[in-house]
Design a protein around this ligand. Structure first.
Ligand code: SR1
Ligand code: MG
Length: 391
């Protein structure tokens, strides 16, 4: 059953009816704008006459980018609330200030960061933001540690796993990332000149590797992962700011492999690199981009090792941590490759590539597919992020 969908006209009365929100803004002078440009939801920025503001997000009963022909339960906002609450507990500085869930209306509210920029947009413009990749690596490590068997005792872990099901959004990922790009699915679309590159993905062992990674995604209920941690799920501040980054859009959160979040960052950085290469951005910028995966990984590993002495079960030995990190790295490389491929072949493309003119778009897409394939097929052989350059 779906709940009423909010509109610009109904939001002021809705805010006034919510004691946890009504004190944050002057409800008698609200200006409301709907700014959602993502694939799924409604997002309102609510500002009062004194300039105080907040962001209100409501899950729609369907997939926004497709329309009502693709119904989707509004319960995904409950998964997003779980993701934000975990971040509040383990990495509060990594997210916008969180004002909580209104379960009956399927809304959440948070700090208005509309003055910040979505990281993908900043990367597309060739802008450098130092420290973002490090912040993201730390965020993944903190949530990964805090919500897994490293941070929770046996019973607490089982309860957390039981409470974190997000079946509809998991199914979207299972289809769009692991299956559709390698089949004749009607949602797939690509430039005609890419057909040989796309069809060749179905040859050789790539589909078997995708099958293995899909199985890991579906069964390794390790920690409460973000589930969609691409560069479009990160805000960056004005370059002059002391702040670094804030993660948002956590509705795909579920108990899954930590490597999936790390890999999402790896794969989306690859898209940015491919764009920068065909646009012949300055060498300095391209070098900075190529180093971002190393920054993510170093921050992730460093934070994990710093938290390790606090693990709840000393049966998890130091040697096991080394093995876990090695496994997480190689799985992240594989997930990263698949995350990049889906943005070229399947539904929901990325502006890094799509906004390019035809000739550079083809060149960038081919480089992404070539590099991503080498990651997926070679993921067990890579020892560090330096091996993952765009090729
Ligand atoms: C139908 S949803 C398509 C995509 O949008 C989200 O941002 C996720 O990346 C999902 O795969
Ligand atoms: Mg999203």
């Amino acid at each position: 059953m779906s709940v009423p969908v909010l509109t610009v006209a109904t939001v002021p009365d809705y805010i006034a009816s919510q004691p946890h929100l009504a004190g944050l803004v002057d409800v008698s002078t609200l200006d409301v704008v709907e700014v959602g440009d993502g694939n799924l939801n409604l997002v309102f920025i609510v500002t009062d006459a004194t300039g105080r503001s907040l962001t209100l997000k409501q899950s729609l009963p369907y997939v926004r980018m497709v329309g009502e022909s693709w119904p989707l339960s509004q319960d995904r906002i409950l998964a997003e609330d779980r993701g934000y609450r975990a971040a509040v507990q383990f990495s509060p500085g990594s997210i916008p200030e969180y004002f909580g869930l209104d379960e009956p209306a399927r809304t959440i509210a948070m700090q208005d960061l509309s003055a910040w920029t979505v990281w993908r947009r900043a990367l597309n413009d060739g802008r450098v933001h130092d420290g973002v990749a490090t912040e993201l690596g730390r965020y993944v490590a903190r949530i990964g540690f805090g919500t897994s068997a490293f941070g929770l005792d046996s019973a607490a872990l089982k309860i957390a796993q039981d409470n974190a099901a997000n079946p509809e959004l998991c199914k979207i990922t299972e289809d769009l990332i692991f299956t559709h790009p390698f089949t004749d699915h009607p949602d797939n679309a690509w430039d005609a000149a890419l057909t040989p590159d796309v069809l060749s993905l179905r040859e050789g062992g790539l589909v078997d590797e995708a099958a293995e990674l899909k199985y890991i995604f579906m069964t390794r209920a390790e920690a409460l992962i973000h589930g969609d941690l691409h560069t479009g799920s990160v805000f960056v501040p004005d370059e002059s700011s002391e702040e670094t980054a804030r993660v948002f859009d956590i509705e795909f959160a579920f108990y899954g492999p930590v490597a999936f979040d790390v890999g999402s960052l790896f794969g989306n950085i690859l898209l940015a690199e491919a764009r920068a290469a065909v646009l012949e951005r300055p060498a300095e910028f391209r070098l900075w981009l190529a180093g971002l995966r190393g920054e993510v990984w170093t921050a992730f590993e460093t934070e994990l090792r710093a938290l390790w002495p606090n693990r709840v079960d000393p049966a998890f030995t130091d040697q096991f941590l080394d093995r876990w990190l090695a496994q997480t790295f190689s799985d992240a490389v594989g997930f990263g490759g698949l995350k990049a491929i889906r943005r070229i072949v399947g539904l929901a493309k990325a502006s890094d590539i799509q906004t390019l003119d035809e000739a550079p778009r083809l060149e960038a897409a081919q480089a992404v597919l070539r590099t991503a394939r080498s990651w997926v097929e070679g993921r067990r052989g890579f020892t560090g992020t330096d091996d993952l350059r765009l090729s």
